[in-house]
Design a protein around this ligand. Sequence first.
Ligand SMILES: *Cc1c(COP(=O)(O)O)cnc(C)c1O
Length: 406
Amino acid sequence: MSQKNSNDLQDLQYFGEYGGVNPSISDSSTYTFISAKTMFDTFEGNTEGCYLYSRHSSPSNLYLGEALAALEGTESANVTASGMGAITAVILQLCNAGDHIISSRTIYGGTYAFMKNFLIKFGIETTFLDITDLDAVAKAIGPKTKMIYCESVSNPLLEVADISALSRISKKNELPLIVDNTFSPLSVTPAKLGANIVIHSLTKFINGTSDCVAGVVCGTTEFCLGLKDVNNGAGMLLGSTLDSLRGASILKNMRTLHIRMKQHSENAMFLAKNFEKDGLRIVYPGLPSHPGHLIMGDQMNPEYGYGGLMTMDVGTLENANALMELMQERKLGYLAVSLGFYKTLFSAPGSSTSSEIPLKEQEEMGLGNGLIRFSIGLDDDIQRTYSIMKKCLTDLKILDNMGINA
Ligand SMILES: *Cc1c(COP(=O)(O)O)cnc(C)c1O
């Protein structure tokens, strides 16, 4: 099934103030009014095309939001100062004290910590479960449940959520399905599969240059306006506003997203296939050995591939650390968290990005401490990258230590 939105994205055309090919940047926090009456109406949220104050909205952020709504096929989108700014605003907009959330147990560490440790202050409880177990999801729904939350391809274990099936459960129970699509922009279009709200950390693939932090909420116009409401909108009142200069630079980087995603996916597929053939334990949704391979195949836009993330389990944290240090020394990439950069980034999630998750729970979900998460870069000669990486593994005798004779 294809749900291609890149044409809508490409057809967006803006003109700058002097006919520039990029829209002019709105370098202002506040806006003037000719008439006092218009200012009052704008406060009330009634005046289309008028700006009041940049925490509420700004032309640059609206342009970026429009592009992201086209990307995700939603009516509207609000950009935020971080992915967490988007996630926390959505959850606090939809949940009241005492409510209940159903969430995948394999999610971004910050989201997990927010749900588990922070929402408790408001008596909001979260049931974390295996999101691929649809019966468990249906059974967990209770009278206080306000949403089903997951990631299309999860962090860090790359579990694939069956978004169409989850959306059938959520619709039947009149619950919104919230999907964080940070790992799979363009590859997966959750709204076309029935998700109600789609979230991204723009910090990752969408911006793609690891130079800023930003996020977005894509949804209906009603929901997005609600988030911006001056009296009770979580976006407006929690205040995670993206700066206009950043909004403008992210929009420019988005122009090459389709090319980058194809290259990230192609490179990751090459490495995943070859290292699996070598006998290493590789998790990559593009491999037939991945439990979510067929679901991913069904719900993706095939031209963008299976994404740029893969994991490799090298048995122990000592192996993982030695390998990551050597790969960095040999210029294969950086020992760094985050993802979606032109260089390969690698980290051991158990001791870094998922350290919010208690060790016992990490083990239960298959997050061994020898697991390395790779965000594969845009390398032009991936065969050469493979050879150098393989040499790192053999020089450290990791394959021998693991009883693999490749
Ligand atoms: C990074 C990330 C986030 C958080 O985004 P920030 O921009 O760092 O706030 C949320 N979800 C996923 C899947 C991420 O990878």
